[in-house]
Design a binder for this molecule. Structure first.
Ligand code: DQA
Length: 207
């Protein structure tokens, strides 16, 4: 092991955190104070290049991950809909709570539709336009019968996790079957809104 590598090993984690923080800052502020940022960026990039070459940093560490959250039919009625099962939070409140749990590396997009066709089209868009790096989907009632959603999920190659607010296995028998789950990497059911957060954390962990 070279002296340089030995030294870097000691401060590896510190530098890694710092580098990621700086990179995020640059992405947001690069144009505010152009000249100085560019200078500083050049210096840091040289250092990061060295770390990347040594394998101490991976390109993935710098990447903002775009996660699309799709919610299916009737999820827009949360707050009013069966509060004893789904709680009193509206979808908007839930989305705000999810956002507050995200690290800076994650960028979220929310999509809800009561139409099966629109859900399919939004999934297809991921394959065509590469509009998301990962998908978290609560297909709602479509979970239990939509072969069309199942087929759409098969098309996209990004990590995908199915989420249900309620524990579908402790409810009516028709909810025990998910035709979409087998196309997803994991299923989270019964953790309420935090299920979406868990799904994203799992995707980040696996990245
Ligand atoms: C649900 C469970 C489904 O059975 C139901 O049709 C929904 C919501 C959930 O999040 O618990 O609409 O997906």
């Amino acid at each position: 092991m070279t002296k340089e590598k030995e030294l870097l090993d000691d401060i590896k984690d510190e530098i890694k955190t710092l580098a990621c923080d700086l990179f995020k800052k640059y992405q947001k502020e690069a144009f505010k104070d152009g000249k100085n940022y560019v200078k500083k960026m050049e210096k840091d990039i040289k250092r990061w290049g060295k770390l990347l070459a040594l394998g101490e940093l991976s390109k993935k560490d710098f990447k903002i991950m775009k996660v699309l959250i799709i919610n299916g039919p009737n999820i827009n009625m949360l707050g009013i809909r069966e509060p004893d099962i789904y709680g009193k939070d509206t979808l908007e409140t839930i989305n705000t709570k999810i956002l507050s749990e995200m690290s800076e590396n994650v960028q979220l997009e929310f999509f809800q539709s009561n139409s099966e066709a629109e859900v399919i089209e939004r999934i297809q868009k991921i394959a065509v336009d590469k509009t998301a790096d990962a998908l978290v989907i609560n297909p709602a009632a479509l979970t239990h019968y939509s072969i069309a959603i199942k087929d759409a999920l098969k098309i996209i190659g990004v990590p995908k996790i199915e989420v249900h607010l309620s524990n579908i296995f402790s409810r009516e028998a028709f909810r025990h079957t998910s035709v979409t789950a087998s196309e997803c990497d994991a299923v989270i059911s019964g953790c309420g809104w935090y299920g979406y957060v868990l799904a994203i954390k799992q995707i980040e962990r696996k990245k």
